[in-house]
Design a protein around this ligand. Structure first.
Ligand SMILES: [Zn+2]
Length: 52
């Protein structure tokens, strides 16, 4: 799985969870910018059900 570097550059170096604001355990796939904790909560909504 490839990650687009362009999406990272657009983030001005800010890598925080857009839901809770933490910078720990961030998932940097698909430019979703959310942490693992929040990801589990929204995973079903966005169609990810096989994470972890
Ligand atoms: Zn979070």
């Amino acid at each position: 799985m490839k990650i687009k570097m362009e999406d990272k550059l657009k983030g001005k170096g800010t890598r925080k969870c857009k839901i809770c604001g933490t910078s720990r355990g961030l998932i940097r796939a698909h430019s979703i910018n959310i942490c693992r904790r929040c990801f589990r909560e929204v995973a079903v909504e966005i169609g990810f059900t096989k994470y972890g």
